[in-house]
Design a protein around this ligand. Structure first.
Ligand code: TMP
Length: 206
């Protein structure tokens, strides 16, 4: 038996977490088992790594160390949670995954593309999502929304140019992999987005 692996991606304040919860509800209403998880995190080890990565006082973390910490959390997450859940036939919904590394560490931190690819080869191997919803919106809107709801973490505190580069890289990933990555306009209302996302996901449910 094999489930379905769906990921949500996008810049800060794009509304992924809200849509993750709404999609979970809709799939559960169809009587299916859903596992909702997130990156970095999703396991005890991953949540500890998340603490290191997002702590605003950890100003000394170097770019390659950051890349490897995200990859380490991901490797643990895949083996401990994602693969077993998919093998049991569950629908796995993950709030951020490897495309975030491509966008944030690849474009935001400007780490060379072949290093990003190697990190994916080690951490992700063949566990790529079946479907990725990219919630796209201008970086300034997203940051404004994020700022209105919480204290910004270490990555969110990066300047606007960083977040613009991240957004552009997400769009580039979507352009290169249009069958897997579906872009939605995240400036629309929560209800409109939920409908659009459901129309994308429902035909893929096993
Ligand atoms: P979140 O706030 O959406 O939970 O994501 C945590 C932060 O980590 C967010 O600023 C994006 C960043 N991030 C990366 O830089 N690389 C990654 O691979 C992942 C998964 C997240």
């Amino acid at each position: 038996m094999s489930g379905l692996f769906v990921t949500f991606e996008g810049i800060e304040g794009c509304g992924k977490s809200t849509q993750t919860a709404l999609l979970k509800k809709r799939i559960e209403a169809e009587g299916r088992k859903v596992v909702v998880t997130r990156e970095p995190g999703g396991t005890a080890t991953g949540e500890k790594i998340r603490g290191i990565l997002l702590d605003p006082t950890n100003t000394e973390i170097k770019n390659v160390a950051e890349l490897l910490l995200y990859a380490a959390a991901r490797a643990q997450h895949i083996d401990e949670v994602i693969r077993p859940a998919l093998a049991s036939g569950a629908i796995v919904i993950c709030d951020r995954f490897a495309d975030s590394t491509t966008a944030y560490q690849g474009a935001g931190r400007a780490i060379e593309r072949h290093f990003i690819k190697q990190a994916h080869e080690i951490a992700v191997r063949d566990t790529w999502p079946d479907l990725t919803i990219l919630m796209d919106l201008p970086a300034e809107y997203g940051l404004e929304r994020a700022r209105a709801t919480r204290e910004l973490d270490r990555i969110e505190n990066e300047p606007l140019a960083f977040h613009r580069a991240v957004r552009n890289e997400f769009l580039r990933v979507a352009e290169h992999d249009p069958l897997r990555v579906r872009t939605v306009d995240a400036t629309r209302t929560v209800e409109e987005l939920s409908e659009t996302i459901w129309r994308i996901v429902e035909p893929h449910l096993p």
